[in-house]
Design a protein around this ligand. Structure first.
Ligand code: MAN
Length: 798
């Protein structure tokens, strides 16, 4: 400092009062150049004398952090960048805070003398207390942490040893399961064969040629029909079956009765190369493919009372339904019968989802199903134009058939009526809502009164129409699906005429049985499909409210084909009864009167435009006795062994599930260690699945390790999701653990919520505070023994 003082004295003598001259050196060594500082440059916040800061005694412009000795740049060495408070080891302050009028060091040494009082006794006491608390917490925490880590090591060892055993057990269970399954397959196969033989026997008996038709015999029922006629019979049976189906029960367009009949005929619907429909005969391969069909049949056999309904609950059918609802474009739905039933074969020769759905786990099911649906989509897309035209052609032919005449007429009239009622109801609804307004407006005028309408009656008509239209459309879907199946499949599947005939008979009888049609329905179908009768049917050109091709065929007459009487006597008898049933023949007076006046009917009787809603046959119908015979319940002994095996199988499956779960838990821990998921030393394992919370403002924040984080308001149990477990990491600078939860509920107009917990060492695990520094980003301060490790100790000099 001496040269400076000398210089200053010299300057004071040589220069006018208040002017200042200082040396400005170049570099660290300084230099001899002198700089004159004028009065107004003193304390002006610009460092003119970087070597000694003489021009800025009361500002800190010459204090700073950069080396150098240029004007404007304070000459501070690397070592003096920060000022170390002498009494406080951990407190260093930057020179910018030196002589800034704020007391940083407890002894006030960072300011000019006597600016700051010495408060070291008080401050150091607090610091020491804090340090002591930290040390105490650390000691407890470290101890706890250590114990838990040791315990975890034991757990880990045990888990590793257990894993071997569990692996072995799982293998055993798998073997046992395989054994039981193959035993079940054997029993099913046995059942399947019994069933197939019996079905063939019955269908033959029903269709047996006979020249002596006794009144109550069913023999010869279908035998007189040609193959084409049998096909038509199946298609129309399917149509009626579709109409009978309640929409709520099923939203699909496949003819279920025909599928069931196919099962009985041991015919498997399958998909061949180009997605073309063919029926695959499974007699030859009954051992393999029969297993799944047996499943279906056993399920049905168990529930003899309503096996048809039961069938709808089979896995195959449920999945089928799911697929249907996924693809309900009209053009597609119709061909579904083919596509859904024709499935590619697995390597093992099983059709993909027949077998897979029954024998594999549920998770795989859905995958197979999705893939299958995709395959179908692709195939259908590729083949779209062909599909559409085939579909439409069949539909058109169907609609032209005599059988459909009343349906077509009904649909047409139903649309007119429905539109009319719609408009009428709307008009009257508008009237009532405008009533008040009009009443005011027309207070003076004479208003022409509108006739009140029977809204309820119209609404009933409308809903009856709606359900019948729906039924008719579903009927068409069933019929088209059956037609395609038979056309593409059966006819091409075999060159053996006897076999074809037998298959058709089995399918026809089975379809009648499963569709719950009555003999009277069979008569209606005969009237429509046999040339001997459909000449007599009602004139095609004129369709009125009371026209019905069936009523026009009353009283029923019989014809002969060769030596055979048609229709067979039981059918004729049923027709005679039908023809005399008042509800079938009576004038639809009220509805028809309205029709004649071109007005809207207020009642919707059965037989309107010749369309009768189809109802299931009654108990005393003769077809019911065939159905009873058809209900081939499973042999008691077989059923018992099957039940026992099923029980065994479920036990094995249960054990398998449990064992797999155990293995999963073990693997989770073992792999968790490998991936350091439980922290560097496995310290987080002890906190696995623990949840901790804190109240902050109107919210309670809850975080669960390896789980999720939530923000709850009031007593709400769930709250807003702040995210699910993301990671745990280590902060080198502070020794804290950083826990993260991400992908929480999206913020309105903002990001997805996320939470971060900063965990410092403490004896207990707890959340100290929670804050939302940025919208929807939450930060929690936590303490836990998991952070009390050696690194923390060193860092904090504990
Ligand atoms: C809720 C809470 C807040 C958040 C807002 C954002 O009120 O989750 O924490 O800031 O939503 O809209």
């Amino acid at each position: 400092m001496k040269p400076v003082i000398v210089t200053l004295i010299a300057l004071l003598l040589a220069l006018p009062a208040c002017a200042l001259e200082c040396a400005i050196g170049w570099g660290k060594e300084g230099g001899s150049a002198m700089h004159t500082v004028s009065d107004d440059q003193i304390d002006d916040g610009y460092c003119d004398c970087p070597l000694d800061g003489a021009d800025e005694p009361h500002t800190n412009a010459c204090s700073g952090s950069t080396m150098g000795a240029f004007t404007g740049v304070p000459a501070v060495t690397e070592f003096s960048k920060t000022y170390q408070c002498p009494q406080q080891k951990k407190l260093q302050i930057p020179y910018s805070r030196f002589h800034d009028g704020i007391c940083d060091c407890c002894d006030g040494s960072d300011e000019l003398p006597s600016v700051c009082p010495d408060i070291c006794d008080q401050v150091l006491a607090e610091e020491r207390a804090l340090q002591q608390r930290m040390a105490k917490e650390f000691a407890i925490g470290q101890n706890k942490r250590q114990k838990e880590i040791e315990a975890f090591q034991l757990v880990l060892q045990e888990k590793q040893a257990e894993k071997e055993k569990v692996d072995q057990r799982l293998e055993q269970i798998q073997e046992q399961l395989g054994e039981v399954e193959s035993e079940i397959d054997q029993v099913k196969h046995e059942f399947m064969q019994q069933r197939v033989n019996r079905a063939a026997e019955i269908s033959q008996r029903v269709a047996m040629t006979t020249t002596t038709t006794s009144n109550d015999s069913l023999t010869g029922l279908l035998e007189p029909l040609t193959n084409e006629e049998l096909t038509s019979l199946i298609v129309h049976s399917c149509q009626m079956a579709g109409e009978m189906e309640r929409a709520a029960d099923m939203d699909e367009s496949t003819c279920v009765p025909l599928r069931l009949a196919g099962v009985d005929a041991a015919l498997l619907w399958n998909r061949e190369d180009q997605g073309k429909a063919v029926l695959k005969r499974m007699h030859t391969n009954v051992r393999e493919e029969g297993k799944t069909l047996a499943d279906l049949m056993i399920k049905n056999a168990k529930q003899t009372e309503d096996r048809y309904k039961k069938f709808l609950e089979t896995d195959d059918n449920r999945n089928h339904r799911k697929r249907s609802s996924r693809r309900n474009k009209p053009g597609r739905r119709r061909l579904q019968e083919c596509d859904d039933d024709y499935r590619p074969m697995d390597d093992d020769g099983f059709p993909d989802d027949y077998i897979d759905e029954d024998y594999e786990g549920a998770a795989e099911d859905s995958q197979t199903e999705d893939e299958d649906a995709n395959n179908n989509e692709q195939n259908q897309d590729a083949d779209n134009s062909e599909t559409k035209s085939a579909d439409q052609e069949i539909m058109e032919t169907l609609k032209e058939s005599l059988f459909s005449q009343p349906r077509v007429a009904f649909l047409q009239r139903a649309k007119e009526i429905s539109d009319g009622i719609e408009a009428l109801l709307k008009e009257h609804q508008d009237d009532s809502s405008n009533e008040e307004k009009e009443a005011e407006e027309n207070a003076e005028k004479v208003v022409e009164e509108k006739e009140p309408i029977d809204k309820e009656a119209y609404e009933t008509v409308q809903s009856t129409l709606e359900s019948r239209v729906e039924a008719i459309e579903r009927g068409y879907d069933y019929a088209v699906s059956a037609q395609i199946l038979l056309m593409n499949g059966l006819a091409q599947s075999t060159q053996d005429q006897d076999q074809l005939r037998q298959d058709l008979l089995t399918l026809a009888v089975g379809t009648l049985v499963y569709s719950k049609l009555s003999l009277a329905h069979v008569w209606q179908i005969f009237q429509a499909i046999l040339p001997e009768f459909n000449q007599n049917a009602a004139d095609k050109s004129e369709k009125t409210c009371s026209t019905s091709p069936w009523v026009a065929s009353c009283p029923p007459n019989a014809v002969t084909r060769g030596s055979i009487t048609l229709p067979p006597s039981p059918v004729l008898k049923a027709a005679q009864i039908l023809c005399t049933t008042p509800t079938f023949t009576k004038e639809k007076a009220e509805a028809c009167a309205a029709d004649a006046d071109n007005a809207l009917p207020t009642v919707m009787p059965d037989g309107y435009y010749g369309y009768d809603a189809v109802h299931p046959r009654e108990e005393n119908d003769m077809l019911q006795s065939i159905a009873a015979e058809w209900d081939l319940s499973i042999d008691d002994a077989l059923q018992k062994s099957l039940d026992d095996l099923d029980k065994k199988k479920s036990e094995h499956e249960r054990e398998k599930r449990n064992t797999e779960k155990t293995l999963e838990d073990i693997v989770d821990v073992v792999d968790g260690v490998k991936e350091s998921r439980f922290g560097q030393d496995g310290e987080l394992y002890a906190l696995k699945d623990q949840c901790h919370s804190v109240k902050a403002g109107k919210y309670t924040y809850e975080v669960c390790l390896f789980g999720s984080a939530a923000q709850k308001e009031g007593d709400s149990a769930s709250g807003t999701g702040l995210g699910s477990w993301d990671s745990a990491s280590y902060d080198n600078e502070t020794g804290n653990r950083i826990l993260k939860w991400t992908n929480g509920v999206k913020c309105w107009n903002g990001p997805q919520r996320s939470a971060t917990a900063i965990v410092t060492c403490g004896a207990e695990t707890k959340v100290l505070s929670a804050d939302e520094p940025d919208t929807c980003r939450y930060v929690l301060q936590m303490e836990s023994h998991i952070a009390c490790d050696d690194a923390f100790k060193q860092l904090h000099e504990l």
